[in-house]
Every structure is written in structure tokens, then in C-alpha cells.
Design a protein around this ligand. Structure first.
Ligand SMILES: [Zn+2]
Ligand SMILES: [Zn+2]
Length: 114
């Protein structure tokens, strides 16, 4: 759900954390203050920061000015379109996303023979 984040003042995608059940901002990785009504609405929409297998995390890229799929690169989480860092992403969020991307890669089924 697109919400104006109370922490970074970005109109950005906010979803719920599976662990804390709290809303997490896709731009800064913080916990913005949003109404309980919106949290309930996110739950009913399954707006969780957890992606189905093979589906990428998407964040607002300051370089493309669009919401783009994230990809892990060394110690960074970068935009898979322009390969730049998500400049507003917090260190905690980078760690979280990296961990999930790496787990996804590890869980990915082997490529079928062509
Ligand atoms: Zn934010
Ligand atoms: Zn980009």
C-alpha cells in the first residue's frame, strides 16, 4: 500500500513485517505511524514484506524515480534496473532484504536443462 511515510516523508510502498506485524517503509526501512485501519487493510490485502519465490522485492529507486525490483550485489542491495544503491534505504533494511534475497536464491529450484 502506498503511504506517506511519517519518517522519511516519501510517498512509498509500506508493507507489514512478518516478524513484528508492524508496517515497514520500503524507502527508509523504518516503522512509520499509520492508522490501525490501514494496518487491518494491509493484512487483508496480504501486504507483507515477504515475496513469493522468484518474485523480487521492489523499492523506490532515487535514480530511476520508479519502484524497481531489488537485487543483492556484494554488500549492497541495488536497483536491478540501473544498478545503483537505494539511497534512502536504511542499513537495517539492507540487511533484511539481503538476507531474504540470499535465502530466495538458495531456495530457488535448479534451472531445468534447456
Ligand atoms: Zn520511510
Ligand atoms: Zn534504478
Amino acid at each position: 500500500m502506498y503511504v506517506l511515510c511519517s519518517l522519511c516523508n516519501e510517498q512509498t510502498e509500506v508493507k507489514l513485517s512478518r516478524n513484528t506485524k508492524m508496517p515497514i517503509c520500503g524507502a527508509c526501512g523504518g516503522e512509520p505511524t499509520i492508522s490501525s485501519f490501514m494496518i487491518v487493510s494491509m493484512k487483508s490485502n496480504s501486504d507483507w514484506w515477504e515475496t513469493k519465490k522468484g518474485q523480487a522485492f521492489s523499492f523506490k529507486c532515487e535514480h530511476c524515480d520508479e519502484t524497481t525490483p531489488a537485487t543483492a550485489s556484494d554488500d549492497h542491495v541495488v536497483c536491478s534496473v540501473c544498478n545503483n544503491d537505494y539511497s534512502k534505504m536504511s542499513a537495517i533494511m539492507i540487511r533484511t532484504v539481503k538476507g531474504i534475497l540470499q535465502k530466495q536464491a538458495a531456495d530457488a529450484p535448479p534451472q531445468p536443462d534447456a
